[in-house]
Design a protein around this ligand. Structure first.
Ligand code: NAP
Length: 303
């Protein structure tokens, strides 16, 4: 029986593990993919206090090593369900069942898809959700990025140094991204803005060959590209436990700043929680809060 099972080894989950281990609570972290969550896709983190210009991968690796060095067990298994019993909780993965007195849900969010008919088939064959992972495959080629947030503009800037040409396609005529990225994009000669538009069709045989872009005035054009980077935000990964844990209409776990869910002893931390600011610094903050709440529950609420 673990004191705490943390679901998710992103910044929120690993920060929780640091706190629970420092309180000498037996801690298991379960992660479906690789540690670090979405932050590993960020080239340079410039807004985290004291660590300017650190890459997302380096940040995640340091955090992972810190949690491990403190004694957190980190196991790579996908959680498919959780159950709440009178005196303990159960976490079921695709391989095992684990028991714990408390749970911290830190599952974060996954990339939102365009939901086009053949999008899945083209993944790895022209469609990507991670410019820093896959950008190098498009050296000297023509690519497109869909999205208007920080991720999309950062991706477009990154790709513009590799690809011959980058079409930045956004559904409105103003960007959601920070002004600093917008100004940098405007200075890049090989980034062409395609505004008020969305990708509505993917063409190709074995690999992506072109995209159809529809403007909000109804006009349609075909753009030949070798790659399309989809950067249209994220959706919370909560569907495996939303029978037990209350979520809002968008799938985010309903919890206030104390990170308490509707179930005693189960907490939520990071991007999958209902909150107004989803940043690295607020994810690690949640991780600390959820862990402290779990430690209090272990020390004072249950026997
Ligand atoms: P985001 O800020 O939610 O932006 C998503 C973008 O995709 C928006 O421009 C949105 O358009 C568009 N979009 C959403 N659904 C769409 C659809 N179905 N079809 C077409 N377009 C669609 O997501 P993000 O850029 O991934 O950023 C997530 C968070 O991480 C943000 O808080 C961001 O600041 C942060 N971040 C920070 C950095 C950094 O500081 N270096 C880097 C990356 C991300 P609308 O604008 O019209 O809604």
């Amino acid at each position: 029986m673990y004191d705490v099972i943390i679901v998710g080894a992103g910044p929120a989950g690993l920060t929780s593990a640091i706190y629970t281990r420092r309180a000498e609570k037996k801690t298991l972290v379960l992660e479906a993919m690789s540690y670090g969550g979405q932050i590993i896709n960020t080239l340079s983190i410039d807004n985290y206090p004291v660590a300017p210009h650190i890459s997302g991968f380096d940040f995640a690796t340091k955090l992972y090593e810190q949690a491990k060095d403190l004694g957190a067990e980190i196991v790579f298994e996908k959680v498919v369900n959780i159950q709440n019993y009178d005196t303990y909780k159960e976490v079921i993965t695709t391989k095992n069942t684990y028991q714990a007195k408390t749970i911290i849900l830190a599952t974060g969010a996954e990339n939102r898809k365009l939901n086009l008919p053949n999008e899945k088939e083209f993944v790895g064959k022209g469609i990507s959700y991670c410019a820093t992972c896959d950008g190098a495959f498009y050296r000297g080629k023509e690519v497109a990025v869909q999205g208007g947030g920080n991720t999309a503009l950062e991706d477009a800037l990154y790709l513009s140094d590799i690809a011959k040409k980058v079409y930045l396609i956004h559904r409105r005529d103003t960007f959601r991204a920070d002004e600093t990225f917008i100004q940098q994009v405007k200075l890049k000669a090989n980034i062409e803005l395609v505004l008020n538009s969305t990708v509505t069709q993917l063409n190709g045989n074995d690999t992506l060959e072109s995209i159809v872009v529809t403007n909000c005035d109804g006009t349609v054009k075909t753009i030949p590209v070798d790659g399309l980077f989809v950067a249209i935000g994220r959706v919370p990964e909560t569907e495996n436990f939303n029978q037990l844990i209350h979520t809002n209409d968008f799938g985010y776990v309903i919890a206030g700043e104390d990170c308490h869910t509707n179930v005693d002893g189960i907490y939520v931390a990071g991007d999958s929680r209902t909150k107004s600011v989803r940043q690295l610094v607020t994810a690690t903050s949640d991780g600390a809060v959820a862990a402290i709440e779990a430690i209090h529950y272990l020390n004072h609420v249950i026997i």
